[in-house]
Design a protein around this ligand. Sequence first.
Ligand code: NDP
Length: 293
Amino acid sequence: MTAEIIDGKAFAETVKARVGRQVEALKKNHDFTPGLAVVLVGEDPASQVYVRNKNKSTVAAGMKSEEIRLADTVSEEEVLAVVHRLNDDPTIHGILVQLPLPKQVDEMAVLDAINPEKDVDGFHVINTGRQAVGLPAMVPCTPLGCIMMLKDRLGDLSGLNAVVVGRSNIVGKPMASLLLAENCTVTIAHSRTKDLPAVVRGADIVVAAVGRPEMVRGDWIKPGATVIDVGINRIEGENGKTRLVGDVAFDEAKAVAGAITPVPGGVGPMTIACLLANTVTAACRQAGLEEPQ
Ligand code: NDP
């Protein structure tokens, strides 16, 4: 058996195209343009690539894009001042502060300062809480993209056993919460979990968000399971080059699973597409407009 490869790149293109049409309709019918601001602190090369891609995609979707770059020596007060200015800017409907932040800046304080209505990353505790109790909320982009791919492949997720490996605030926990909202039976595994392979073997849905290259092996996967690999790990490749791998041993898992996301080309592209979708949602909610279909 060889698993279906879930093409996150193609799926993301359809989401981006829909967002583009929505933005066009908002401009035409309401003379209204959603705006996204991305704050980047420091020179981390991976973060710079993410931010550049986010900007390019925002502009391609017809939205306003603002990029604010700050030196990694910036003080917490200066970062907070930027967030407050963006909170007050009526042309900006989404604010994203690229993590990680330098150690002199308290990440929670910065995330907490973002107006929850403009929190398109969905990391503010108000949004975490609202989502947990089933109220409309901004949902973190990576888990949102994962749920979209799962529902696209499996339809109704009710009653399925889902194992989320990883319990971070930005991926594992919101992922588990979204799966629970879809009526899955959810297990959250982490570094203290006993006999992780046995836990994963019980899963119809496996979401790996660990940050350890190829940790989840093929013989951990239940035959036919759907595997979503969130991990992005750069490892030594051939000829002194590096290459990206996920948290799942792809070739092994592919031989057992029913479907699997590749790395790259799976969850990553969906994350950006969901950021754009969240920005339109946030903009419409702030303007009191119905979101165009
Ligand atoms: P964190 O480092 O914040 O969390 C990792 C989680 O994995 C922790 O809960 C940790 O457990 C758990 N863990 C670590 N080692 C083991 C182990 N041996 N067995 C079981 N669980 C373990 O990572 P993130 O959630 O931020 O990211 C996870 C991965 O996803 C990374 O590779 C990251 O690059 C990628 N990522 C990809 C995105 C995308 O767009 N595709 C977006 C965000 C992240 P404990 O809590 O006990 O320490």
